[in-house]
Design a protein around this ligand. Structure first.
Ligand code: GDP
Length: 179
């Protein structure tokens, strides 16, 4: 999967959602070690980003995936984080109702404010399904949110890796389908 700077498409993908829902863990479990941006390129606005190379339908894709590195309080990310995004992960923790309600209260609004690309593909991700006994948000509620906000939807676990690759791949496939 390592093909250096040789790629057909380059996409910017963001992770948003409350602190501790597992954004960094999702990114970490998806990223292979074959390529990483030099740390000195990390912008000063408090984000971290990593590169993932994928081949989909014979096309080589470079995903630059931005993570907030803890600066996710409302208003902190602002427009530079969202600018030019092709895809956005809206992440909540299935064992925390608050992280789910904050998606409507905070994150959906922030997206409306700052995400200027009308073709941006969104994916709602309910993380930590490995802790099903502590579940606080039903899958049906995730589905309803996704329908209302026109998002793709998956539940996954960064801990067990269940569904993690699928989330990123499905997002990439949908981004590729944008005319
Ligand atoms: P972030 O603040 O959204 O980037 O969240 P982190 O990736 O730092 O994760 C917060 C905490 O949740 C850490 O202790 C992780 O180990 C834990 N965590 C993340 N993903 C999962 C998961 O899928 N299952 C479980 N059980 N714990 C997870």
């Amino acid at each position: 999967e390592c093909f250096g700077t040789n790629y057909d498409y380059s996409f910017k993908v963001l992770l948003v959602g409350d602190s501790a829902v597992g954004k960094s863990s999702l990114l970490h479990s998806f990223i292979t070690n074959c390529q990483q941006l030099p740390q000195d390129l990390a912008p000063t606005i408090g984000v971290d980003f990593k590169i993932k190379l994928l081949t989909i339908g014979g096309k080589k894709l470079k995903l630059t995936i931005w993570d907030t590195a803890g600066q996710e309080r409302f208003g902190m990310l602002a427009s530079s984080y969202y600018r030019g995004a092709h895809g956005i992960f809206l992440v909540y923790d299935v064992t925390s109702r608050e992280t789910f309600t904050n998606l409507s209260k905070i994150w959906a609004k922030e997206l409306d404010l700052y995400c200027s690309n009308p073709d941006c593909i969104k994916i709602l991700v309910g993380n930590k399904v490995d802790m099903d006994s502590a579940r606080a948000v039903a899958m049906e509620e995730g589905l309803a949110f996704a329908k209302k906000h026109k998002c793709l939807f998956h539940e996954c676990s960064a801990k067990t890796q269940e569904n993690v690759n699928e989330c990123f791949k499905e997002l990439a496939v949908k981004i590729l389908e944008v005319p």
